[in-house]
Design a protein around this ligand. Sequence first.
Ligand SMILES: [Zn+2]
Ligand SMILES: [Zn+2]
Ligand SMILES: [Zn+2]
Length: 153
Amino acid sequence: MRKKITVESDMALLYERMQREGLKFTAPRERIARWIFSNHGHFTVDDIIEDFRKNGEKISPATTYRVVQMLLELSLLIEHNFGKETKYYEHTPGHPVHDHMICTECGTIEEFSDAGLMEELNRVAEEKKFTMVKHSLSVYGLCKNCRNKKKPV
Ligand SMILES: [Zn+2]
Ligand SMILES: [Zn+2]
Ligand SMILES: [Zn+2]
């Protein structure tokens, strides 16, 4: 049976990986990591800082960046460039590998996963004698809503 993914199980995974790397857990690091594992969508570093501020909690932007960087290195977070200057992140535990379709009109981000596409990527990597660790694919265009709006009446 698959283990249930909770913020606690994500934190346990983080403890384990930090310990392996000899990294120290501090209270601010823990608070930021908890925020990240509690938010299941796509977010920016500013979103984290802003959210803490809204709750009247002070958080250092430098620490926030460092935690994000650490989680990236520990493969618990994935970075996306959704065609904007800001980088977007999402945690990986509990979320199957997926790609994104981004609407250039309204900014909606839709997730999709396609087994055939993954097979193709694996095949290409194999052909190039390349070991794929992760991938990030963003498809840009018009979402269903925006496409309908653009149709002449
Ligand atoms: Zn999640
Ligand atoms: Zn749209
Ligand atoms: Zn996503």
